[in-house]
Write a protein that binds this ligand. Structure first.
Ligand code: DLL
Length: 439
């Protein structure tokens, strides 16, 4: 049976919220009103904000127009850690109904809190993402994002219930059972990280099931960078629409921005709740729309934990709206912390992904190993061959990929092709870079 087209799944204009179709002036007026409230709320109720604003000689009353935001200090992950666990809350703890935390690789987790109104906003924004992705009330949703402190599982759960979908709260892991449930329950949509969807794909094939015959029509992917090449891989393997979703715990979780199924041309930012800026990662200077830099986000409505100018470390650029009036951000190419500098050349895992997926003999499973040899960094790309690929051809694949990486990124990389199924699969976010430099 043919699966529905993007046009068939896209919402009608009459189903959208007024703000999704509002004029730029209307959006800006709402943003300014909310920004004034949010900055004053942070200053009045969070000692951290009062201290850093006072130190910088700025005051909430300075915000007369949106561009005045650039005069306020940034907030960083370090600030959240220093105020662990509840120091960034603007409400008494008893008014905070939900706590999430992101593990982080070093030190204490970053804790975030939601009031009743924040949870309501989160559900409404997740529903907006789902509508944009082609979901409809009555659809069945398989939620493979992790439940728990991670915001993915519960964030998607909230939105799907609000939309009136049937939610199957599977969480990540137990891949064999994921496939069984997909076959038996016949979900229309799956919520999952792109890398874990590939692990599910492997399992379909292991069980000799045709993924294109599955009931899945839509995959709402996110929580990690993934290239356009990866989207094509997923869409053709399952015959579905793969839609990008972006967000981070510090701001709300998923539900900050989302692609629209009818355009798939970048992620519309829900600007009525989050104000985006792009800054030069080195100087912190605000860059004009269209230029690539670090995304900085300010919450406009969050009660429990307002955040002013949060340095996301994610690199992207802002673009005008298309399918909606709200501005778009380009697919995130990577985090500034994930950027490898190999012999002076900046390299992101997503660039390597894009190149290796052009080779039909290679699978989208890879890790990047960094080593230091005689004070120079060496990059090794370890990538799986497609199942059934001729082992005699591995050496040729290695040479070809090394050549393309050199030609397109300008960096010399060693390539090691390994057999299908050799590399560990993630159940959530993939870990692409293995740093062996300090061993
Ligand atoms: O990953 C929230 C989320 C859950 C988003 C499910 C989408 C779907 P954190 O664990 O706090 O929150 O991680 C946030 O993940 O700063 C980005 O570096 C990265 N990230 C999230 N979504 C995308 C995406 C969730 N679509 C961090 N593309 C962010 C690229 C993404 N990177």
């Amino acid at each position: 049976m043919a699966k529905p087209s993007a046009a068939a799944l896209a919402p009608r204009r009459s189903e959208l919220e007024p703000i999704e179709l509002a004029s730029r002036d209307e959006i800006a007026a709402l943003q300014l009103e909310r920004l004034k409230w949010s900055v004053a709320h942070a200053y009045d109720n969070v000692p951290h904000y009062r201290a850093v604003f006072d130190k910088a000689g700025v005051h909430p009353g300075d915000i007369k127009q949106l561009s005045d935001l650039a005069g306020l200090p940034f907030t960083t992950k370090e600030d959240l850690r220093r105020n662990y666990p509840f120091g960034m809350f603007a409400l008494p703890r008893e008014k905070v109904l939900r706590i999430h935390a992101s593990s982080g690789t070093t030190g204490k987790p970053t804790v975030v809190g939601y009031s009743a109104r924040d949870l309501d906003t989160w559900a409404a924004l997740m529903m907006r993402c789902m509508r944009a992705s082609g979901c409809k009330p009555g659809m069945l949703a398989h939620n493979a994002y992790g439940y728990g402190l991670f915001t993915g599982g519960l964030g998607f759960h909230l939105g799907a219930e609000r939309m009136g979908m049937t939610v199957v709260p599977v969480s990540g892991g137990m891949t064999e059972r994921q496939v069984q449930l997909i076959n038996d329950f016949k979900p229309d949509v799956i919520f999952v990280t792109p890398s874990y969807l590939l692990a599910i794909l492997d399992e379909f094939r292991r069980q000799a099931l045709d993924p294109r015959q599955s009931s899945l029509k839509i995959a709402m992917c996110g929580a990690e960078p993934w290239s356009e090449a990866m989207r094509r891989e997923i869409e053709s393997a399952f015959d579905l629409h793969a839609i990008d979703n972006y967000g981070l715990s510090e701001i709300i979780g998923p539900g900050v921005s989302c692609e629209c199924i009818e355009s798939k041309d970048g992620l519309h930012i829900w600007e009525d709740h989050f104000y985006p800026e792009i800054v030069d990662p080195a100087t912190g200077e605000v860059l004009p729309d269209g230029e690539v830099g670090e995304l900085v986000l300010t919450t406009l409505s969050k009660e429990a934990m307002p955040i002013i100018r949060y340095r996301t470390r994610d690199l992207t650029r802002l673009m005008p709206g298309t399918a909606r009036s709200l501005r778009r951000m380009q697919k995130v190419s990577g985090r500034s912390d994930d950027m490898m500098i190999v012999r002076g050349v900046n390299v992101f895992p997503s660039q390597i992904e894009e190149i290796l997926l052009k080779d039909e003999r290679l699978a989208p499973h890879f890790v990047l190993e960094l080593r230091r040899l005689e004070r120079l960094d060496e990059l090794t790309v370890v990538v799986e061959a497609r199942p059934g690929a001729d082992e005699g051809a591995y050496a040729a694949c290695e040479r070809d990929l090394a050549h393309h990486i050199k030609a397109m990124i300008g960096v010399t990389a060693a390539v090691r092709v390994v057999k299908a199924g050799t590399l560990e699969r993630s159940v959530g976010k993939a870990k692409r870079v293995v740093d062996l430099r300090n061993r």
